[in-house]
Design a binder for this molecule. Structure first.
Ligand code: CUA
Length: 314
């Protein structure tokens, strides 16, 4: 079973305005902390050597208080922590703006996949999230079941996805490209296969993706695909999945209206192709144990027909 390799994800590689700011704060803290550690260490070593007990030395002068040193010992840490606090609050203020107006994307965490909905256009997708670059985007998070956690390291902050609560993050992506993330809160058996893929695109590429996905799903193009569609409907696949323009209109599983235009299957588990669709539909539990998709015990021919139909949903 071909699987997608582990792609490099690093928080230190900033790809958004927000993560740049967080990393800038991180660098400032690290430099300040290293300088403090070094100066304290050097000072301690100096004192140990300079004032160590030597043979014949009398007892040193006993000092009970020194107002000037005590004031310094109070002011210096207070000032340092004050500066850190100010910088932190300023970064939080920039990164976590209040949620106002309509979100650009609503993302719902499910066991074990991500539902994606663009309220402005009504476009629906799953696991692969297309976003325009150089735009301050508001992402709204819902959960359909348990606590998940959205994290694309290169975008900076992560966000818990909590049932019964709307959470938000802002992201302004700096460069077009593909970004990989993952659910980062243990959410059950297939938590590890709850990957996120973001396609950051120029505005025109994003618009044309939206246009293509706004269209209702293709009707079957040949007899085999027609058989596949009828099987899909009679086997009640439509009680969990939606295919726009058909009777299938449920949101328990991923929207399949344009399923074959995606590059991956099962939340980043494997590339989208006929062979993988075939093994998934033939025995879902063997491919992704505990996933909510039951085994319908289709015949080989039926699976072939359904897969053929799905490959036309681009
Ligand atoms: Cu969803 Cu871990």
């Amino acid at each position: 079973m071909p699987r997608i390799g582990f792609l490099l994800q690093s928080v230190l590689h900033s790809a958004s305005v927000q993560s740049k700011e967080i990393n800038h704060l991180f660098a400032t803290f690290t430099i300040a902390a290293v300088l403090l550690l070094l100066s304290v260490s050097v000072f301690i070593v100096y004192i140990c050597i300079r004032f160590r007990e030597k043979p014949g030395n009398p007892l040193p002068k006993q000092i009970s208080k020194n107002n000037r040193i005590e004031l310094l010992m109070f002011l210096f840490p207070t000032l340092t922590i004050g500066i850190f606090l100010f910088l932190t609050i300023r970064t939080i203020h920039h990164v976590q703006q209040p949620a106002k107006g309509q979100p650009d994307v609503i993302i719902t965490g499910h066991q074990w996949w991500w539902e994606v909905y663009y309220p402005a256009t009504g476009v629906r997708a799953a696991n692969e999230i297309h976003l325009p670059v150089n735009k301050n985007l508001m992402l709204e998070f819902h959960s359909a079941d348990v606590v998940h956690d959205w994290w694309v390291p290169e975008f900076g902050n992560k966000m818990d996805v909590v049932p019964g609560r709307n959470n938000y993050i802002w992201v302004n992506i700096l460069k077009a490209g593909d970004y990989i993330g993952a659910c980062s809160e243990f959410c059950g058996a297939e938590h590890a296969w709850m990957r996120i893929k973001v396609f950051a695109e120029t505005d025109s590429a994003f618009q044309s993706w939206q246009e293509a996905n706004k269209k209702i799903a293709n009707m079957p193009g040949d007899e085999l695909a027609m058989r596949g569609m009828l099987l899909f409907q009679s086997a009640s696949c439509g009680s969990c999945h939606r295919i726009s323009g058909t009777f299938s209109n449920a949101f328990i599983g991923p929207d399949l209206s344009h399923v074959f235009s995606r590059s991956t299957l099962l939340s980043g588990m494997m590339p989208m192709n006929e062979e993988n669709l075939q093994s998934w539909i033939s025995d879902p539990q063997a491919v992704k144990p505990d996933a909510k998709m039951p085994n319908f015990i289709f015949s080989k021919d039926s699976v072939a027909a359904i897969v053929h139909y799905l490959t036309q949903l681009k």
